[in-house]
Design a binder for this molecule. Structure first.
Ligand code: ZN
Length: 246
């Protein structure tokens, strides 16, 4: 089985469509690590696509906020404005779908998908010391996570934590064979709002039988996604940041 791993699509239909076109033929099943919506201007079409096509999806903090099941007081002003706008525009069935999304970690075969960290769906894993604090809770050999919008991740062995070299400036694809004994926390990158300085949409493909993860970065129609954000009256910063990948 070949899995297409998506995370942090953030209602960016242009990025999602580009990823799907590029990944066609490379996968059998789709999994999603959360934040289907928030920030972007196409929450309904992106949720409808996810409902129809993702085999398993865990919820992200923006999914909770946009479904109205989480407080948005701690959100920054742009995130808050987009959550409020998304709440207004969501159809009833799509809001219900967001509300019902399960909390990670969720087991798929012998690996997990989750949003933030294995112990807290809202926690950011950015630095190796942050991963060291939760290393003992990293149970399966492989977990996929999102939330930080930083493609790459970490490998853990008996308390030691190593950052997986960020495949920044990769041409298009970087393939990694998993080493025995290590446990892996893998971030496929953000489809709809990358924050690692590379504006291209990120995704990953995992083939458990071969213990191989491939990271991808691909260009998409950023200007179209930006103009939809502007037309929707969402904060300008949500449009401009897409061009810079932060
Ligand atoms: Zn996110």
């Amino acid at each position: 089985m070949r899995y297409l791993i998506l995370s942090d699509i953030h209602a960016n239909l242009e990025a999602l469509e580009a990823v799907l076109a590029h990944a066609a033929g490379r996968y059998d099943k789709i999994l999603c690590c959360g934040d289907v919506v928030g920030y972007g201007a196409d929450p309904n079409p992106v949720i409808e696509w996810t409902r129809a096509n993702s085999a398993s999806t865990v919820r992200g903090n923006h999914d909770k906020a946009c479904a109205g099941i989480d407080d948005i007081e701690w959100f920054n002003p742009a995130a808050k404005a987009s959550a409020m706008w998304t709440r207004e525009i969501l159809t009833e069935p799509n809001r219900d779908y967001l509300r019902m999304l399960p909390k990670g970690p969720m087991r798929v075969e012998d690996f997990d998908i989750l949003h933030g960290s294995p112990v807290d769906e809202d926690e950011y894993l950015i630095e190796t010391w942050e991963v060291a604090q939760i290393a003992e809770y990293v149970e399966p050999e492989v977990s996929f996570f999102g939330h930080t919008h930083l493609q790459g991740g970490f490998m853990v062995l008996r308390g030691r934590v190593r950052a997986i070299a960020k495949p920044q400036a990769i041409d298009e694809c970087e393939t990694m064979s998993l080493e025995p004994d290590w446990r892996y926390l893998i971030n496929p990158g953000s489809v709809g709002q990358p924050r690692d300085g590379d504006p291209r949409a990120g995704y990953a493909v995992y083939i458990p039988e071969q213990k191989v993860v491939s990271y991808y970065r691909i260009p998409y129609h950023i200007e179209r996604a930006q103009s939809k954000i502007r037309q929707a009256g969402l904060p300008e910063s949500l449009a401009t940041r897409l061009a810079f990948g932060h």
